[in-house]
Structures are given as C-alpha cells and as structure tokens.
Design a binder for this molecule. Structure first.
Ligand SMILES: Cc1cc2nc3c(=O)[nH]c(=O)nc-3n(C[C@H](O)[C@H](O)[C@H](O)COP(=O)(O)O)c2cc1C
Length: 176
C-alpha cells in the first residue's frame, strides 16, 4: 500500500522543542507507512486578518492551506502557553476557518506540556469546529512531558503514543 501523506504541525518553534522531537520520532518510527512532513515554520504566517481575503492572501498562508488540504492526515503536536494553545498554532488554525481544508480530515492531537489540559480541551473544540475527524482515541495529553522524554523516553508514554497513532492510521484507512 502507498505511504500515507501526513502533515505534522508543531506548536513550538523552539530549537530544542520536545513537540518537534515527538513528531520526528513518529516520522522515524512509522517511516514504512507514513510519509510525514513536518510543517515549515508557522511563525512565518502573518497575523490572521479576515480583511485579507483570497485576493490578498499571503503566499505562506496559501502554502499552509494547500499542505493541509493535500495531506491524508494531520498530526498536531503542541505545548501549552499560559493555559492556551500557542499563538502561532492558533493563528495558523484561524487562517483555515474560512476554508474546508480540515473538513473530514483525520487528525491526531498530541499535547506535550507541563500541564496542557486547557489546551487539550481548547484544541479539541477548535478541531471539531473545523470539521476534523478526531476520535477520542486519536488524542493524547502528555503531562510532565519534559521529564517523560528525557533520555530514551518513558515506556508507558511510548505505548500511549503508539495507541494514538494506531487510531489515527485507522481513521485514515477508514476513509479509503
Ligand atoms: C511563556 C510560557 C508559558 C507557559 N505556560 C504553560 C502553561 O500554561 N501550561 C503548561 O503546561 N506549560 C506551560 N509552559 C511550559 C511549556 O509548555 C513547556 O516548556 C513545553 O515543554 C514547551 O514545549 P516545547 O519543548 O515543544 O517547546 C510555558 C512556557 C512558557 C515559555
């Protein structure tokens, strides 16, 4: 079977980001099944402004929308900042609201943070509002992420990550 085209969206642009590392681990672990491309720097997108309609759309926004649209599935992997999704991630999602790029799109949501609960809830609501396919089994909240991903990674978390990925892959296969 052809590899599934997956877009990984990290909510952190930090050089040593745990969330970027998790996406990279998923890419390595599922290299035989998934062609996972980690999204280019979300901080390049302009601030969302509904006045900037399709006639004045920045190239970076058009590219981001196309990447989401072209993907068989999307993995969002993000920390929490002040009990909210990071602004760059929220901004990117705002740019998709007037489109259907997330409609019926299989999505996996991973929040790896110190706490992360509010962001997990908030992104669940946002993604459902965008029409994404996000079954509960395709979501994972990794609290105390920094400690859990020290050295080789916490075994229980790795098992949870694998279960989340199995659900995500299933949800893509159900569509085809
Ligand atoms: C400004 C700022 C605010 C933060 N607020 C929260 C928060 O509200 N909840 C939480 O769980 N972690 C919070 N953190 C901790 C980050 O989520 C944590 O450092 C995480 O590992 C960052 O993800 P990354 O390693 O992928 O960059 C905050 C960090 C910063 C820098």
């Amino acid at each position: 079977m052809a590899k599934k085209k997956i877009l990984g969206i990290p909510g952190s642009v930090r050089t040593q980001s745990i969330n970027q590392a998790i996406l990279q681990n998923i890419a390595d672990l599922y290299a035989d099944k998934l062609d996972l491309k980690i999204c280019s720097d979300l901080s390049q997108l302009p601030h969302f402004n509904p006045d900037l309609g399709d006639d004045n759309l920045a190239e970076s926004v058009a590219k981001f929308r196309q990447e989401v649209s072209d993907a068989d599935g999307v993995i969002i992997c993000t920390p929490e900042y002040v009990f909210s999704p990071p602004a760059i991630l929220k901004n990117a999602l705002e740019w998709t609201v007037s489109t259907t790029v997330f409609s019926e799109k299989p999505v996996a949501l991973i929040v790896a943070s110190g706490l992360g609960e509010k962001t997990y809830e908030s992104l669940t609501l946002i993604l459902h509002t965008l029409g994404a396919r996000l079954p509960p089994s395709s979501k994972l909240l990794i609290q105390g992420a920094r400690a859990k991903f020290k050295a080789a990674g916490d075994q229980q978390t790795i098992e949870e990550l694998k279960r989340t990925m199995a659900s995500f892959i299933q949800s893509i296969e159900n569509l085809h």
